[in-house]
Design a protein around this ligand. Structure first.
Ligand code: NAD
Length: 316
């Protein structure tokens, strides 16, 4: 293929980063973009862009609840897809996207860029406990914080660390969580017997992102963003090449040019499994909260009765 012709759907924050990366890469041309906000892109309707432009690949940068229609249409049109994470806001949407990708046999990468850290293959896979932390501020966006649109902390932030822990510890067999405001703590159990923890939050002066891999042979601390480095237990590894967010996209471009679905950093099946874990943890958090709410609602009349009894016992 002489030149990979790319379209972008959704022209917000991450689309700007991806467009700049694509413009730096050889053999790629950003042909057009689409966004529902007038004036933000050449097209207001991505369907018009697909109909009028000759494209080889599409980078999907819409909010999670607007991934499915675009991704399925692109796959059905035989276009390679770079799909921003999470795969979708809902499991049915994610399954429909994965089915369309598999049916069409197109290249599809999911934007979990920690999978593009150059030293990922050199990190230990034997941790007994994985502690992931992602506490920092983030860009304000209209859908952020709206769980129904996939903008809750679990899908927007925690899923990055869930995906990274899955990449290192394997499949998850149990997940639970508690959420409060813009923070959450999730716990995972892995098939191999390891336990994982993911704590994320939105705090301006937070400690940032990191992962600790704790094992008898010694703990490895992986700094994530903006420096990517792993130290401890005799290891000192530094990420090489462009930042993972760029490397992940470059890897997709190469895979799309080769037509090789297996050559991407994060495959859609992995993105779907990560989403399943994140949604299971989110459901557990919601169920725990409603059980506690029900308990305190049931407890309220009893507490009132207690207070009345106490008043009757009081002299005078
Ligand atoms: N990998 C990362 O580190 C990373 C970082 C940020 C965002 N993201 C992901 O990228 C996606 C976009 O996030 P963002 O921060 O760029 O959001 P954003 O709100 O800045 O941009 C989204 C854009 O999509 C447009 N849009 C909404 N619905 C549309 C539709 N139906 N058709 C066309 N355009 C539509 C909006 O008008 C907006 O301009 C999300 O899935 C998010 O989770 C990933």
């Amino acid at each position: 293929m002489a030149e990979l012709r790319v379209g972008i759907v959704g022209a917000g924050w991450i689309a700007g980063t991806h467009a700049a990366t694509l413009r730096r890469l050889d053999g790629v041309r950003v042909v057009a973009s689409a966004d529902i906000v007038p004036g933000r892109a050449e097209y207001e309707d991505w369907r018009d862009m697909l109909a009028r432009e000759r494209l080889d690949a599409v980078v999907v940068c819409t909010p999670p609840d607007a991934h499915r229609a675009v991704a399925v249409a692109c796959a059905e049109a035989g276009l390679a897809l770079y799909l921003e994470k999470p795969v979708a806001h809902a499991f049915d949407d994610a399954r429909a996207i994965a089915a369309a990708v598999s049916e069409a046999g197109v290249v599809c990468a999911v934007g979990y860029q920690y999978r593009a850290i150059s030293f990922l293959p050199d990190l230990p896979r034997t941790a007994a406990v994985l502690l992931g932390v992602g506490v920092s501020d983030t860009m304000e966006r209209p859908w952020l914080g709206d769980r129904a649109r996939g903008g809750g902390m679990m899908l927007e932030r925690a899923s990055h660390l869930i995906d990274l822990e899955r990449a290192l510890a394997g499949e998850v067999t149990g997940a639970t969580a508690l959420e409060e405001g813009a923070g959450l703590a999730a716990s995972l159990r892995f098939a191999g017997g390891a336990l994982g923890s993911v704590v994320v939050g939105r705090v301006a002066e937070g400690p940032g992102w990191r992962l600790e891999l704790i094992r008898d042979a010694g703990t490895v601390t992986v700094e994530l963003d903006p420096v990517f480095r792993a130290r401890g237990a005799g290891l000192d590894l530094v990420h090489s090449g462009p930042p993972p967010v760029e490397r992940s996209l470059a890897c997709f471009v190469d895979a799309a040019a080769l037509g090789d679905p297996s050559a991407v950093c994060c495959r859609v099946d992995d993105g779907v499994r990560t989403l399943a874990v994140a949604l299971a943890a989110q459901d557990a958090a919601l169920a725990a909260q409603s059980a506690l709410d029900a308990l305190s609602a049931a407890g309220a009349p009893a507490a009132r009765q207690e207070r009345r009894k106490a008043r009757r016992r009081r002299p005078g």
